[in-house]
Design a protein around this ligand. Structure first.
Ligand SMILES: Nc1ncnc2c1ncn2[C@@H]1O[C@H](COP(=O)(O)OP(=O)(O)OP(=O)(O)O)[C@@H](O)[C@H]1O
Length: 275
């Protein structure tokens, strides 16, 4: 069964795109079929995978969302790009801004992205959606389309206020649109292990949210090698295979893969006990 995961945080620059690339390619390396969906009008994911000038692409997510709004049919593979590192990409670009505005007057405005993903997901084990740094209509669409959310948090500041807002939005989407939406967990990114500050943030996050949410064991270290990957258009596994960030994203990939198994075991356990 396909798992659809949204990478969401309304704060910009926290590592959503970098995580989408390296989790996606990490899962593909483990033999999974993966589609990355760039649902950010900045097109950073598309650019980070080496497709320069996303705004010049003739077909992008915006094209297909408009087709869904107009109920026009199209082949499911339309516009999907095949990256040399083994993942597929539905690119995104500036046209998503216009789509976000027109969604406001569209019927089923929260579920247009879901209708696109429902058309394509049967070919994949995982669909990862890289969200906008906002809680606008496209992020709501991503949460409505997803089975679960991963929240990357930059370990440079205390994320308390932003986290509360995001968790409230997730709860609202769960109540009103997508009752099965789960939070897989919070991923600490850009952790500078040389400072006590990063350790404090990790501690506070685990203390304040650890009983409600999984805070992934893996923390992604701060590294210039990671910052370089988007300019290179490749994953950290290719750019710096023996570095700490490649090791961390590989470990994080295993944690994410383990969640499905854990949930299946819990359900089995509950079923056994209710007999
Ligand atoms: N582990 C890391 N160490 C150092 N720099 C990093 C690391 N991860 C990401 N970066 C850099 O930090 C910047 C922000 O990362 P990224 O684009 O992944 O965040 P984002 O949350 O997707 O941003 P936006 O909200 O703008 O889409 C980028 O320049 C990226 O290359």
């Amino acid at each position: 069964m396909t798992k659809v995961i949204a990478l969401a945080n309304q704060k910009g620059g926290v590592g959503k795109t970098t995580t989408a690339v390296n989790l996606g390619i990490g899962l593909a390396t483990e033999g999974k079929k993966v589609l990355l969906v760039d649902a950010d009008a900045q097109g950073n994911l598309t650019d980070a995978l080496g497709y320069r000038e996303p705004d010049n692409l003739s077909i992008s997510l915006a094209t297909l969302l408009v087709k869904n709004m107009l109920e026009e049919s199209y082949p499911p593979q339309k516009g999907i790009l095949h990256h040399p590192e083994g993942i597929d990409l539905m690119p995104g670009n500036i046209e998503l801004s216009a789509v976000e505005v027109s969604l406001v007057n569209t019927m089923s405005r929260e579920t247009i992205l879901r209708s696109y993903i429902d058309k394509v997901k049967k070919d994949y084990d995982y669909v990862l959606i890289d969200c906008m740094p906002s809680l606008g209509m496209l992020t709501i669409n991503a949460l409505a389309a997803a089975d679960s959310v991963i929240i990357p948090v930059q370990a440079h500041y205390l994320p308390a206020k932003g986290m509360t807002q995001l968790l409230q939005t997730i709860s609202r989407v769960r109540r009103q649109i997508n009752p099965k939406l789960l939070v897989d967990g919070v991923l600490l990114t850009m952790v500078d292990n040389r400072t006590n500050f990063a350790k404090d943030i990790s501690f506070v996050l685990r203390r304040d949210y650890g009983d409600k949410l999984r805070v992934f064991q893996t923390e992604i270290p701060l590294s210039i090698r990671a910052a370089e990957t988007s300019a290179k258009g490749k994953s950290i596994y290719k750019h710096d295979p023996n570095g700490q960030v490649a090791e961390a994203y590989a470990a994080f990939t295993k944690e994410v893969k383990g969640i499905g198994k854990e949930r299946r075991q819990t359900r089995q356990h509950q079923a056994d006990h209710s007999r």
